[in-house]
Design a protein around this ligand. Sequence first.
Ligand code: GLA
Length: 729
Amino acid sequence: MPITVNEKSRLFCIETDNSEYQLMADSFGVLRHLWYGEKVGMSMEYLQEYPDVGFSGNIYEAENLRSYSLDTLPLEYSCGGVGDFRINALSAVHSDGSFALDLRYAGFKISNGKYGIEGLPAVYANDTEAETLEIFLKDTASDISVTLKYGVLPKLDIITRSAVIENGGETGVFLTNAASLCLDMPCDYNEWIHFHGRHTCERLFERMPLLHGIQESSSQRGTSSHQQNPAVILCGNDCTETNGGCIGAMLMYSGSFSAKIEYDQLEQVRLIMGINPALFRWELKKGERFCTPEAVMSYSGSGFERLSHNFHKVIREHICRGKYKLSERPVLINSWEAVYLDFDDEKILAAAKEAAKLGIDMFVLDDGWFGKRDDDVSGLGDWFVNPNKIKCGLGELAKKIKALGMDFGLWLEPEMVSENSNLYRSHPEWAIQIPNRKPMRGRFQLVLDMTRTDVRDYLYKSISDILKSAEISYIKWDMNRSICDWYSACLESKNMGEMPHRYVLGLYELLERLTQDFPDVLFEGCSGGGGRFDSGMLYYCPQIWCSDDTDAFERTKIQYGTSFFYPISTMGSHVSAVPNHQTGRVTSLNARSVTAMSGSFGYELDPSALTEEEKTEIPMQIKRFKNYRKLIHNGKYYRLTNPLNDNSALWEFVSEDKTKILLQGMQFRAEPNFMRHRIKLRGLDENKKYVIAEDERIYTGNALMSGGVLLPAAKGDYFAYEIFITEAK
Ligand code: GLA
């Protein structure tokens, strides 16, 4: 029983294998947060001893008890306007214009299994894997009630949060903030980690001390964005990969989000995470309810490594779905960096023939096959094959590629429209733009209004027609700009503060229909590379193109940051040509393959342009990857160095039974006249004996973890390593 209640003291304990979470409804009915961290085995209320903090007022019923203040107590779901002057989780404007909410405890319910969320992706688990706690809160003056939902997956050390807000009053209200998570913590956490970046340089790890006041990681771009990722970590300054307490929180949402952290006057920490309130104003009419997206949390008492393992497992086994959730992904070749938009069917077939000879499983035809799309300023929206380019037709092309022994995949950018397209000419009102204003163009394209059912129906029909017209095994679902100019003629309320969230709901609805109706198709997410790399998209697409930067050196940093929350199997990662198209850097084919293998592996180059030597090396790479694929995707992942600070990126995969280990990575700069570097492995069995491929010695697990593996001396910059270790028989 992971959830226990002491009904007398109204104390709720949520226990997982290695963590404990406590909350309590106090004698005033205020829901207080008591604890999230190590297992403690008693109520942690004793820590909440407060002085009379000047200018932190007291609730009316507390009378002259001046040490009791909503402004200082750790709260489970804080509201604005009634004396908690910190950042809040929920705000509403009532019909009289006031904007106060005072939520008090009204009961609870415990049930087996994991709750779902209407219209939104959520962690799923069966009755033996999870339990749900619901806490009911009510603002008596307005009849607004809130249900806080907690999903517990004890074996995974995962707790999820979501809130349902219901208007039981007689008049409508406007929600101006409805966060998924409010987490108040004592002062053990004085640092935070977030993942920032830009197009071609996503999810760079950044660790910062908490400063008094508010810090934020957020997006207002309509997508989760390249610039920030909806996932943050709170930790102490002594926390490392293997030591120290840390809490990870990830929002399962693909739109504008906000993760705000306040380090308050008493050096307590509050994290608020949810839909970005800057773009949110939701009308809740009488009797209506609003469900927030899901926030997924985990606590690790032994550093970031364990935290990542917890998130990797929950994403792979309880967020990703469908045929490809755990099965092996095809090694694919994508046409983008090979031919860009300049191709016809003959060129594609010539490339496919060469690709098939290399042992590649799938050929993906990227942008340019549809409408009038000879450059990137036209054609989006016209999802019909361009007969001037694909003269034989899509069905025939797929057949010919199939006959070469490969599956066929296709690129789409469904949410977009070019002004120079038949779709825009017949339905200009489907594009998001404000009457009497010129819209922003991004990559010279406009965004379709995904809140409209006619738009979604058009897209469903076009995409399902394409999928039925040819043997297509894979779709790359791209989305290449940020969204603004929020306006929809179809929103009767004329309240555009609802539109950014309704866009995401519309997107999810369409993805749900398509992924359910075409269960054999592998969907890969993409947004100018990794601009929408989040666990919301992973519910529909088990892999996402990690970045438009395919440079092997840059990728080690991008994939390092991505790995804190997201499992290796979710990161689309390809070997491309050199000099690299984004950076001009030259790295060896081996270095490029080693980096791409720590992902969902593939190629993105013109196979007709390969040298004889490369044509011999690539089939061997594919063979190696297929040998290691299970270990890479199902094994535990360990970050051994930090490529942002160190002269190398080294990582390791260990099988569940600890009998197989793959050490991979790259030394960035060669150094003369130095000893061989050694790297200490992690996660091995200290009592097992191991052998290293092409080495005659027998090593103990302890030696490899305490003394380390001696790495070959690096010759030249970007020198790649790949060392396979197995248990000695
Ligand atoms: C985006 C994607 C690329 C490619 C192009 C095509 O930038 O990230 O991989 O598909 O669009 O236009």
